[in-house]
Design a protein around this ligand. Structure first.
Ligand code: GLU
Length: 484
């Protein structure tokens, strides 16, 4: 097989859609798996949709996700420029070539005429509005005269009627369209910019793209592209159209039902490894039940042949559980880095926290959290003494004799020297024996006193992390503040 070159070709809308991330990822995996090149091309020919900073957002999101491209606007490469708005002269040259060969033509029809045509076709209940090739019958001199007068114009594709357009799709097999259902697509707009179809085909050809891997929503554009390849006399790339992304109710994935921007997931604290893992499974599996993957394993396992045709449901519950699993499998030192970033970026001002202290929290809480930020939010008591105590827990475990018993425990703790978690446990067991009460009578109020909560990691772990002085202080404070 000749060199594998694939591209992700987003229009810069302002953010990277998760569907776009999936397309980019599949292209990336396919390139890496086959020792190919992954190219980023920005399709910014729709000037009405221009968004300031959109390209920067896109490249930042791709890089955050680990999808480094080999060629692209800020990466260079031998086939640039990689921004379509910088390639206008190329599109014009090729449009002229098509016109000269009779595969495209100038159209000078006014908006009013096109509007009337559409209304007429609607009246006739035609399945779709189509241009009637009116300008195809203009003579050469008529065309020249209009061009000279500077009459607004577009360039249209000259679709030949009554033909079958057939192409192969790696995921869907043979796909067929009737040319009668295809409009004489505008190739160059009146503002001189090419449409998606023309620019896309020319660039894929000039950039030597071997495989076009993109979302299913572009499948209906492909017959137009196929016509263009054939008209130019160019070899077609291989096509693979990825399944739609669906909401859990099987409607098309939409903003209304949740976040669709990769940036939103990043800002909510999802790990890039988890998002990549999750997105990889939106339409692909390795042929078994396995769901947990790192990027290098995906590269190894990925194949277009195992991409499904049917829509893939975006299940946030699955994403959350993958996030927790990826977090759990990280080394504590790596989590520490993320946690320090989180602390740095949050409103939460915790001064003088040592790495050692944070590492203890990480080790204790790792199995209980789903997000890095929960190393703070789900266990604030490690960082500051509780301000209030869970009312329900007070009612349940803080009895009349609790203060007296807890005081005994406090005194026992006070005598310990540099206690470990085992030392605390032994001290508590002995105190309970002496008081002839069950250990629970001490454990529950103790947990409440030091954390303000009734749930959490093992109470002796909490004590060991807080340290003796803090533990004693908190017990005293609870004895003062909790009145049943
Ligand atoms: N510019 C198109 C988009 O926004 C590219 C589609 C394709 O990959 O051909 O997705």
């Amino acid at each position: 097989m000749s060199d594998i070159r694939v591209r992700f070709a987003p229009s810069p809308t302002g953010y990277l859609h998760v569907g776009g991330l999936r397309t980019a990822l599949y292209n990336y995996l396919f390139a890496k798996k086959n020792n190919g090149k992954f190219i980023l091309r920005i399709e910014d020919t729709d000037r009405s949709r221009y968004v300031e900073g959109a390209v920067e957002n896109l490249t930042a999101a791709l890089k955050w996700a680990g999808l480094q491209y080999d060629e692209g606007p800020d990466a260079g490469g031998n086939y640039g420029p990689y921004l379509q708005s910088e390639r206008l002269n190329i599109y014009h040259k090729y449009a002229d070539e098509l016109i000269n060969k009779g595969h495209a033509y100038h159209c000078f029809c006014t908006q009013e005429r096109l509007e009337k045509l559409r209304e007429e076709q609607q009246r006739q209940k035609l399945p779709q509005a189509k241009y009637d090739k009116h300008c195809l019958s203009l003579t050469k001199s008529e065309i020249e005269e209009k061009l000279e007068r500077g009459i607004p114009k577009v360039v249209r594709l000259n679709v030949i009627p009554n033909q079958r357009i057939v192409f192969n799709d790696i995921i869907r097999g043979t796909v067929e369209f009737e040319s009668n259902n295809i409009d004489d697509q505008i190739l160059i707009k009146s503002d001189g910019y090419p449409t998606y179809h023309l620019a896309n085909v020319i660039d894929d050809h000039l950039m030597k793209i071997s495989h076009v891997i993109r979302g299913e929503e572009w499948l209906s554009s492909t017959p137009k592209h196929v016509l263009l390849y054939d008209f130019f006399g160019w070899e077609r790339p291989a096509f693979a159209h990825l399944p739609l992304l669906l909401n859990p109710d099987r409607t098309k994935l939409s903003k209304r039902q949740g976040d669709v921007a990769v940036e939103d997931y990043r800002d909510k604290g999802y790990l890039k490894e988890a998002l990549i893992n999750f997105v990889a499974l939106l339409g692909w599996n390795a042929g078994d039940d396995r769901e947990f993957y790192y990027m290098d394993e995906l590269v190894e396992k990925f194949s277009l042949e195992r991409v499904n045709k049917s829509g893939a449901v975006f299940d946030i519950v699955k994403l959350n559980s993958l996030n927790a699993e990826h977090l759990r499998k990280k080394r504590n030192e790596d989590i520490l880095k993320l946690l320090k970033e989180e602390i740095h970026n949050s409103q939460f001002s915790v001064l003088n926290i040592s790495d050692e202290f944070l590492l203890q929290i990480i080790a204790t809480m790792k199995e209980r959290v789903g997000f890095v930020k929960e190393f703070i939010t789900s266990c604030k008591y490690f960082y500051e003494a509780p301000q209030d105590y869970e009312q329900k827990a007070i009612e349940k475990s803080w009895k009349d004799d609790t203060p007296e018993q807890l005081k005994k425990l406090r005194d026992k703790f006070a005598k310990l020297e540099n206690p470990t978690k085992e030392d605390y446990e032994i001290a508590l067991t002995k105190t309970a024996e002496k008081l002839k009460i069950g250990k629970g009578k001490l454990i529950h109020p103790l947990r409440l006193a030091v954390s303000g909560q009734s749930t959490g990691p093992g109470v002796y772990d909490i004590l060991a992390i807080l340290g003796k002085n803090e533990v004693i202080k908190r017990i005293d404070r609870a004895l003062e503040k909790i009145i049943n």
